[in-house]
Design a protein. Structure first.
Length: 401
């Protein structure tokens, strides 16, 4: 009887070799780059071209961007539910397919309707991409390298943003060529993910539960703190280039340069995994949230000085990616047996925080100044710094081998 029960328990697969872990990191970083940096965030760089081509007013262009947030949330929920059932590889490939399809639709759009569909499809790819990659790394990468690989992959956002900027600068009048380029890159990375991301389904050290799950099982102790921190971090980082363009009165080209710098510096966020290991999650989180506050305040204090704003924007890129990396490590430790769920919820609450804060801070800007709204965002970051991770010893390292 005992023997029969043990054969029903799924075993944890062998860890990947160092070489395969490196290949997984490279493919995962590239998938995050095309989904986040190209398929989703590049839309903002091409809004002037889209408005001219399709005669969109500002409200319509903003509504399309808001729809991308909704698609992102739907993508996260779908990936969180599907990854344990169909495997990390299938869901990762689905993210790449969505990015490829969305960018292709945008490139071929004859009007605003197809443009909107393309933006929504492309935006959903970002929500689908992170949970399966985090899941695969949590269960298939050796513990000593796990945090590093997680945050290297997460830094793909910076790589994608860095690539999209120069393309936007060079192709504003030929924006269809830019988006076709994005589609080709997304297709290539999708094939790469299909042959690199492990196909492992959810693997636990206990029999899978096919019945009801208790609230504690779905949301382990400490989940509220994680999700609250993610929401506040999202709220504190809700404003991006607005200060440079609206307060600093810098040209769109200079703002695009700042966007490129933001992405390039975001690659430094890959060090978040090592920082979490050396400093501890709580210290890393507190330090980075304080840095986010100082950076936001610096830009608010000197928006007209482009050099200051450029440096602050670069620091913001590094800090933002590092913070999402810390949240990723925090969630995979807390949700040790269900990392896709933890990462999905954490990233969803970042988006919720941004979606709630953006109009709220916008209202503050309308009644006072945009600079005042940025000062408020800096205060929110300080509030978030006080609510760092509290991880129990038993959940500190994720799935054991």
């Amino acid at each position: 009887m005992t023997s029969t029960h043990r054969t029903a328990v799924p075993s944890v697969p062998d860890v990947l070799s160092t070489a395969r872990s490196v290949r997984l990191a490279a493919a995962g970083l590239s998938l995050i780059a095309v989904c986040y940096g190209l398929a989703r965030f590049a839309y903002g760089l091409f809004v002037p071209a889209f408005r001219k081509a399709f005669e969109l007013d500002a409200a319509t262009a903003g509504a399309i961007a808001s729809g991308s947030y909704v698609a992102y949330g739907v993508g996260i929920l779908a990936a969180t539910a599907l990854t344990p059932r169909v495997g990390a590889r299938v869901v990762s490939v689905a993210a790449g397919v969505l990015a490829t399809a969305g960018t292709t639709l945008i490139a071929l759009s004859p009007g605003a309707a197809m443009l909107t569909v393309g933006v929504l499809v492309a935006g959903s790819s970002t929500g689908v991409a992170s949970p399966p990659l985090a899941h695969a790394i949590a269960f298939r990468v050796a513990p000593r390298a796990r945090n590093r690989i997680q945050t290297i992959v997460n830094a793909g956002t910076g790589a994608g943003v860095m690539v999209s900027g120069p393309i936007a600068l060079l192709t504003q009048e030929q924006w269809r060529a830019a988006w076709l380029t994005f589609a080709v890159l997304a297709a290539v990375v999708t094939v790469w993910a299909a042959v690199t991301v492990p196909a492992a389904r959810e693997t636990t050290t206990a029999p899978p539960d096919r019945g009801r799950r208790s609230p504690r099982e779905l949301l382990p102790h400490g989940s509220a703190r994680l999700l609250g921190a993610a929401g506040v971090m999202g709220a504190a980082s809700a404003f991006g280039q607005d200060l440079l363009t609206n307060v600093g009165r810098h040209s769109p080209s200079l703002s695009t340069v700042a966007w490129i710098v933001l992405g390039a510096c975001g690659l430094f966020g890959a060090a978040a995994g090592d920082a979490a290991d050396r400093l501890g999650l709580r210290t890393a989180w507190t330090t980075l949230m304080v840095a986010l506050s100082v950076t936001t305040a610096t830009v608010a204090a000197a928006p007209h000085l482009f050099v200051v704003a450029l440096i602050a924007t670069g620091v913001f890129g590094a800090v933002y990616i590092a913070l999402t990396g810390v949240l990723l490590v925090w969630s995979t430790r807390l949700f040790a047996l269900h990392p896709a769920r933890g990462v999905g919820l954490a990233f969803l609450f970042i988006a919720v925080g941004q979606a709630v804060a953006a109009p709220a801070l916008g209202a503050v800007a309308d009644h006072t100044t945009l600079t005042a709204a940025f000062w408020l965002a800096a205060v929110l970051a300080l509030v978030g710094a006080r609510h760092g991770p509290v991880i129990t010893a038993g959940r500190d390292r994720g799935p054991r081998r």
